[in-house]
Design a protein around this ligand. Structure first.
Ligand SMILES: *[C@@H]1O[C@H](CO)[C@@H](O)[C@H](O)[C@H]1NC(C)=O
Ligand SMILES: *[C@@H]1O[C@H](CO)[C@@H](O)[C@H](O)[C@H]1NC(C)=O
Ligand SMILES: *[C@@H]1O[C@H](CO)[C@@H](O)[C@H](O)[C@H]1NC(C)=O
Ligand SMILES: *[C@@H]1O[C@H](CO)[C@@H](O)[C@H](O)[C@H]1NC(C)=O
Length: 428
């Protein structure tokens, strides 16, 4: 299928450059069009074209500053002083090659091709996937597939992969970890057509696990990955040992809303509903754009790496209780900027919706729900992750439930040991 002009132009300027050096046989057109499709995973070394990294650094150095107004920090968006400083750091000090060496050295990377999942996906072409596949030495290790969301990539799991594969204590369960980049994120090229929804993503990752020879495995999900999991646990139920999630959304029913209006909800229900209302009313503009007209925004974000950093930083700040170093902010931004911003922000259009977080019936898969609170730098969002347990049980067969007082939306980064302990306890 020929790419529309605007899209192919964007590929030429962004994705194709970093991917060029990966593929000796590649010439022009789509990044992977000249590489022979391979249904056999191949070891892979991340090697983003240094010219692209330099071009991006120059863009950061030419960032046009915004004049602040006299308002509290984070009132309208990330503080201008912080963004000016991170732009300067990007221009003068940030070192992608060091980061890339760490990513390559720490984990075993692979690349493969899976068939078009069909369904609503508008292309018959296969999809290319980058993934980390870290195998345990233990014969009794359990396979586990990690599904990240936006604005993350496979790097969200960087602190828990190695401890899960080889626990120090032999009495603890061990895992073979599979951590893909969702298409359009990190080093997995974006889908070539609309329609890669939750069910289609599930088929893509089920194909990946088949290639790796894993018949039954644990599924770990967060954020938009949870939307994929909601199809996965129904369409591929026999394959899932347990669905572990740190982001399980249940929205109020009409009956809940009526009880809320009549002041009949429990205090726990009330603060949860208030947090959800606040998020949907005052903190979710990004998802409204991503899920309606993503290309209209992608031009600007793809043209300004610092502007894109500020855009994703706002969300990361809103949903987490940690702050980020400049290195973390830039690396996390690059991981979504390298493949091209359009391909990952538009995933909301395929995955996000209030009903997309509920599984189709019947749901039979044993489910582990982990709740990490202190969910935000904004007090009004603090209870966003505290879905009442009896609400969770409406849409899941809960086998393990744990609520932590902090950790926010990226607990595998902010409280990795708690996540490791919970996964082990849930599967023990
Ligand atoms: C790689 O491992 C080193 C040493 O454990 C650590 O400092 C670094 O943050 C890791 N990098 C990534 C990308 O995980
Ligand atoms: C996919 O292939 C089938 C069979 O060749 C064809 O009927 C269909 O139109 C194709 N769909 C797309 C989106 O190319
Ligand atoms: C619920 O409580 C609020 C605030 O205490 C009050 O204003 C409102 O009238 C109450 N609603 C009902 C239906 O009792
Ligand atoms: C949204 O923000 C406005 C302005 O700060 C505030 O008045 C309103 O209560 C907020 N809405 C919700 C649902 O929290």
């Amino acid at each position: 299928m020929e790419l529309p002009l605007a899209l192919s132009d964007m590929f030429t300027k962004t994705a194709i450059l970093p991917l060029l050096s990966l593929l000796a046989t590649m010439s022009t057109g789509h990044p992977l069009s000249d590489s022979a499709p391979s249904s056999q995973p191949k070891p892979y070394t991340i090697n983003v074209d240094p010219e692209f990294i330099e071009e991006t650094r120059i863009r950061a150095s030419q960032f046009r500053q915004t004049e602040p107004i006299d308002a509290p920090a984070w009132f309208d968006g990330p503080p201008t002083s912080k963004i000016n400083d991170v732009a300067k750091y990007w221009a003068e000090d940030y070192d992608w090659s060091k980061v890339q060496d760490g990513i390559n050295k720490n984990f075993s990377h692979f690349y493969t091709t899976v068939p078009s999942p069909g369904g609503n996906y508008g292309s018959n072409e296969s999809l290319d996937l980058h993934f980390i596949h870290q195998r345990s030495n233990r014969d009794d290790a359990i396979p586990i597939l990690f599904l990240h969301g936006w604005p993350s990539t496979s790097l969200e799991w960087e602190k828990i992969i190695l401890p899960l594969t080889n626990p120090e204590d032999d009495s603890q369960p061990a895992f073979h970890v599979v951590a893909p980049d969702i298409p359009g994120f990190g080093f997995s090229p974006a889908p070539k057509a609309p329609g890669l929804g939750g069910a289609e993503h599930a088929t893509v990752f089920a194909s990946l696990m088949e290639q790796l020879g894993y018949d039954r495995y644990v599924l770990y999900s967060t954020d938009l990955g949870t939307v994929v999991a909601m199809s996965y646990i129904v369409d591929y139920a026999p394959r899932i040992i347990n669905h572990v999630t740190d982001f399980y959304m249940v929205f109020p029913t009409d009956a809940d809303t009526a009880r809320y209006a009549a002041n009949k909800t429990t205090p726990e229900e009330t603060v949860y509903i208030n947090s959800i209302n606040s998020f949907l009313t005052n903190h979710s503009a990004y998802s409204a754009i991503h899920s309606t007209l993503p290309l209209s925004l992608a031009y600007a974000l793809n043209d300004s790496p610092v502007g894109f950093l500020a855009w994703r930083y706002q969300l990361a700040w809103s949903v987490s209780d940690v702050d980020y170093t400049f290195d973390e902010l830039i690396t996390d931004t690059l991981m979504l900027y390298i493949p091209g911003v359009y391909g990952n922000i538009r995933s909301y259009k395929e995955l996000f919706g209030l009903d997309s977080f509920a599984p189709k019936v019947p749901f039979t898969v044993p489910t582990t729900v982990l709740q990490f609170g202190g969910n935000s730098h904004y007090a009004e969002l603090a209870n966003f992750n505290y879905v009442p347990k009896d609400w969770v049980e409406r849409t899941a067969k809960v086998t393990y439930f744990k609520r932590h007082e902090k950790g926010g939306h990226f607990p595998a980064l902010s409280q990795p040991q708690w996540v490791i302990d919970d996964i082990r306890a849930a599967l023990a």
